[in-house]
Design a protein around this ligand. Structure first.
Ligand SMILES: [Zn+2]
Length: 179
């Protein structure tokens, strides 16, 4: 099936390799990364990779949970084959629940997930590195076999344990397959 790169303003980059920052299941010390990070300036257009149905919209990160997190949003898209793509760390959302979207339809705008002034020596290493590189805005892209979990170990796109949720998939193959 023909797919569209999820950031319409930005050419497809080289995806992070296994273990690299922003890669799927990156070891972040006390947590593992549940998606792939696609860095982009705030407001960059995030679009549907393929025809889909919006099945959920909600808050993804909030400073009430972790001080260095901004408020960002997520959108879950159910694809034709039943897999679910989660578009996360959005600053704004342009779709509503149960909306049928076509490939290339605007889902929302990339948000700035991290608050630079709240990142300190005590913050996790990967967060300090993102601040140093001034890469605080991104599309956090996940792929699931079923509706993403509400498990308390799942927070801000990370999994606070080493055994992965059963239905979480590595989105690298999905993204890699888009030309
Ligand atoms: Zn991420």
């Amino acid at each position: 099936m023909k797919r569209t790169w999820p950031l319409s303003d930005i050419p497809k980059p080289a995806l992070p390799k296994k273990g690299e920052p922003g890669s799927f299941w990156e070891d972040r010390g006390d947590r593992r990364h549940c998606g792939v990070d696609l860095h982009a300036p705030e407001g960059s257009r995030a679009v549907a990779c393929e025809d889909a149905v919006v099945i959920r919209v909600g808050t993804f990160t909030s400073p009430t949970v972790t001080s260095y997190w901004n408020t960002t949003l997520f959108v879950d898209l159910r694809l034709g084959d039943g897999l679910i793509c989660r578009y996360a760390e959005l600053g704004e959302v342009s779709v509503t629940i149960w909306e049928h979207v076509r490939r290339g339809h605007l889902v929302g705008g990339v948000g700035t997930v991290l608050i630079a002034s709240e990142i300190t020596e005590q913050s996790p290493g990967y967060v300090r590195t993102l601040k140093e590189h001034d890469t605080l805005s991104m599309l956090h892209f996940e792929l699931w076999r079923s509706v993403p979990t509400a498990d308390a170990r799942y927070r801000g796109g990370n999994w606070f344990a080493n055994d992965a949720p059963a239905d979480l998939l590595d989105p690298t193959w999905y993204l890699q397959g888009i030309l």
